[in-house]
Design a protein around this ligand. Structure first.
Ligand code: CO8
Length: 252
């Protein structure tokens, strides 16, 4: 049995972390199941993914504290590396991934949402990195991605003091794009995913790669990179047909 359900609705794939009893906490098995679910995505037909958590209380309440409690230094490092490898797969997955954050997104949950391209939240969502209170640092990318997504001072406060932020504050600081009533979150995520899926798939993929790779570069190198991804979209069926349709609208 997998702790990650994968359902396909046309061009949209929905991955649900399904361990509701422990608020979808991430243990080694869940991380492996998430990776296996990504393996199962048919990239010829699916154009956007949504990741969410089972139930109405939590997206993911963190890495599994029970599993982590007895780790040695070496095992801790290995567990961190395992989580980071899976989250990096999420971040660099060829198609966009939307996090539909339907409740607590703490520790590894906040980190999973930040590895996604876009975060939408329910009004009961809570984001935080409570690790220092447990005697550890964030270990699945939290010290790096949070400081790149929100003002550095806020990231430092959230990480040093373990200050959680609610959905409205997460929207105010740009961590999430929009906030919805819990019952409307998935419809909103699917609507956005459908809009993404309606655009030219190669162009969308190239945009994701250009944005992600360019963020680590100087502007001079980044625009050179953009030129390559831009050029790559020409002479594709989508480019030819979509521009032709624009130019000849109403004339055919
Ligand atoms: N790990 C394991 N079990 C959990 C976790 C978790 N992170 N979160 C919740 N649960 C379990 C609870 O133990 C409880 O189980 P049971 O019913 O068997 O007692 C069940 O889920 C329900 O939880 P609560 O009863 O606590 O529910 P509340 O509504 O009272 O509280 C909270 C909800 C506030 C979300 C609370 O559960 C909580 O604080 N959870 C822990 C949050 C946390 O600290 N997360 C960060 C964990 S550390 C981390 O993620 C590090 C990532 C990087 C790792 C790098 C490794 C080297």
């Amino acid at each position: 049995m997998s702790f990650v359900n994968y359902e396909v609705e046309g061009p949209i794939g929905v991955l649900t972390i399904n361990k509701e009893k422990s608020l979808n906490a991430l243990n080694s098995q869940v991380l492996e199941d998430l990776s296996a679910a990504l393996d199962a995505v048919d990239l010829d037909t699916v154009r956007c993914l949504i990741i969410t958590g089972a139930g109405k209380k939590a997206f993911v309440a963190g890495a599994d504290i029970g599993e982590m409690s007895t780790l040695t230094k070496a095992e801790g490092e290995a567990f961190g590396a395992k989580g980071n490898a899976v989250f990096r797969r999420v971040e660099t997955f060829p198609i966009p991934i939307i996090a539909a954050v339907n409740g607590f997104a703490l520790g590894g949950g906040c980190e999973l949402s930040m590895a996604c391209d876009i975060r939408l939240a329910s009004d009961n969502a809570v984001f935080g990195q409570p690790e220092t209170g447990l005697g550890i640092t964030p270990g699945f990318g939290g010290t790096q991605r949070l400081a790149r997504l929100v003002p550095v001072g806020l990231a430092k406060q959230m990480i040093y003091a373990g200050t959680n932020i609610k959905a409205d504050k997460a929207k105010e600081c740009g961590l999430v794009n929009d906030v919805y009533p819990q019952d409307e979150l998935m419809d909103a995520a699917k609507k956005l995913a459908s809009k993404i899926a309606s655009n030219a798939p190669q162009a969308v993929r190239n945009c994701k790669a250009a944005i992600n790779e360019g963020l680590d570069m100087t502007m001079a190198n980044a625009v050179e990179l953009e030129a390559k991804y831009f050029g790559d979209t020409f002479e594709t069926e989508d480019q030819v047909n979509r521009m032709d349709a624009f130019l000849h609208k109403g004339k055919k």
